[in-house]
Write a protein that binds this ligand. Structure first.
Ligand SMILES: Cc1cc2nc3c(=O)[nH]c(=O)nc-3n(C[C@H](O)[C@H](O)[C@H](O)COP(=O)(O)OP(=O)(O)OC[C@H]3O[C@@H](n4cnc5c(N)ncnc54)[C@H](O)[C@@H]3O)c2cc1C
Length: 439
């Protein structure tokens, strides 16, 4: 039997979980269901490495920013799981990803509007809404919120070798590989590369023989976390960014890379102290190398493992590195999820096959289609570096819910940050006009 909902959500990562938690108190007026293919809530389970830390404050949880009185706050999780006082005595600003994941699972499994073990196979237009097909039957809705996340990115040259010994870091904790006595190459110099290096160094998967850590970046680069950088992660910046010219957005994003894509100070300090102790105090024979400024450009297999070719950014010189195991910490990419294949012809996509998302996260449809599809985490091209990040999860979900309900169910009017972006944005439109006018 087909069940009909006002709002259906596909995927239950943090972003749709926030929408589910904020819609839960309104189920009498806005019926909703959020379906997830996994049997239980799991947040990047292959990367839930022991003690890896969150890059964002636990106050930026699923609901607090727009509804601090919700039962689904991180603080309420601490109270209800009887660890509020021990938590406050930790003397730490950040929480581990394991603990934040446990909090999100606690939310997900008590909500009345979530359903697990329900992969969405395809979605088609259905009257003024959508039909969503799952192996358990069809669901229909007036509004659809897609929160299906990203896909692991593999460098092209590594793709033919992906398997038991060559894999993406997103599978590491799930595989629990036995790395005893192995020569391991880690590819990718961001936070994940650092977390993986640290865990291998500490022998979490057995005492490795040798680790080479290859990074295209010129050095181990820290996360830009100063309070003014943090202004990029606030609603007023996201709103003004959305209105910028696409070319301006592109240059802004390049400048802001380390605000979202660097390694935390804590992690860098921990790494440095380990390496200093190993090299200068214990005087261990060399068993690890950090290799910045090296891009992986080729890969071959040989009888006893793999040979990776790297190209130096500064000189263009090539070098080779041997490996028994290769762990790709090469990030995530965004392609339209497969379940949207049947809806593709209705979407207005740009030349890079990306959807165009308006200020309320509604996807622009082709002429003749008026269905209300909302998408989160579609890429930084619309709302900027904040898009794949948790900072605005609750605000973004509330923005969508307000747009769907047509009333301000949540007060998302916000105080402006300390920086006034309005002039910067208007200068950019003047520049755009000047360019158009040929000045
Ligand atoms: C290791 C790691 C650490 C991070 N740490 C931080 C941090 O500290 N702070 C921060 O701000 N950001 C962090 N991020 C970035 C961001 O918060 C996460 O990537 C976040 O998980 C994005 O949420 P999402 O809901 O878009 O997608 P996801 O978490 O990827 O969830 C998508 C869900 O959709 C489901 N799904 C997909 N297709 C279907 C389908 N057809 N049918 C049903 N279900 C489907 C998937 O199974 C999945 O559960 C981190 C990212 C990673 C990879």
């Amino acid at each position: 039997m087909t069940r009909h909902y006002s709002v259906l959500g596909v995927g239950l990562g943090p972003f749709n979980l926030s929408a589910a938690a904020l819609l839960a108190p309104h189920t009498q007026t806005i019926s909703s269901l959020f379906v997830e293919q996994k049997p239980r809530f799991a947040w990047h389970p292959g990367l839930l490495l022991d003690d890896a830390k969150m890059q964002t404050s636990y106050l930026k949880d699923m609901v607090t920013a727009v509804d601090p009185t919700s039962p689904y706050t991180f603080i309420n999780y601490l109270v209800k799981t009887k660890k509020f006082y021990p938590f406050t005595a930790r003397g730490e600003q950040t929480v581990s990803r394991l603990e934040f994941s446990d909090y999100m699972a606690w939310v997900a499994h008590q909500l009345p509007n979530t359903q697990f073990d329900t992969p969405v196979v395809n979605i088609t237009p259905h009257g003024s809404g959508f039909a969503v097909n799952t192996p358990h039957g069809q669901l229909t809705c007036d509004h659809l919120i897609l929160g299906t996340g990203t896909q692991p990115f593999m460098p092209e040259c590594a793709e033919p070798f992906v398997g038991e010994q060559v894999f993406h870091a997103s599978e590491l904790a799930l595989r629990q590989p036995d790395l005893r006595g192995k020569n391991v190459v880690i590819v990718g110099g961001g936070q994940t590369g650092a977390d993986v290096f640290q865990h291998l160094f500490d022998g979490e998967f057995g005492k490795v023989a040798h680790i080479d850590w290859i990074s295209r970046r010129p050095n181990l680069q820290g996360l830009d976390e100063n309070p003014f950088t943090d202004q990029y992660f606030m609603p007023d910046y996201a709103e003004q960014f959305h209105g910028l010219d696409p070319k301006v957005k592109h240059t802004q994003l390049a400048q802001q890379k380390l605000a979202s894509d660097g390694i935390t100070e804590n992690c860098l300090q921990g790494l440095y102290q380990r390496l200093y102790h190993d090299k200068y105090v214990r005087r261990s024979p060399s068993w690890w190398r950090l290799l910045p400024g090296q891009t992986l450009t080729g890969m071959q297999s040989h009888p006893s493992g793999y040979q990776l070719t790297t190209t130096a950014t500064l000189t263009g010189d090539s070098a080779t590195v041997d490996a028994d195991v290769v762990i790709l910490c090469t990030g995530f990419s965004r392609a339209l999820p497969q379940c949207l294949d049947t809806l593709r012809d209705c979407l207005e996509l740009d030349d890079k096959d990306r959807p165009n998302v308006n200020a309320h996260y509604r996807v622009k449809m082709r002429e003749g289609y008026a269905q209300a599809l909302y998408m989160m985490n579609v890429g930084t091209h619309c709302h900027g570096i904040i898009e794949p990040q948790l900072s605005l999860a609750a605000w973004r979900a509330a923005t969508i819910i307000n747009a769907i309900s047509g009333t301000p169910l949540y007060d998302i009017a916000h105080h402006h940050g300390l920086l006034d972006w309005t002039l910067a944005a208007s200068t950019s439109s003047t520049a755009k006009m000047q360019k158009v006018a040929g000045w």
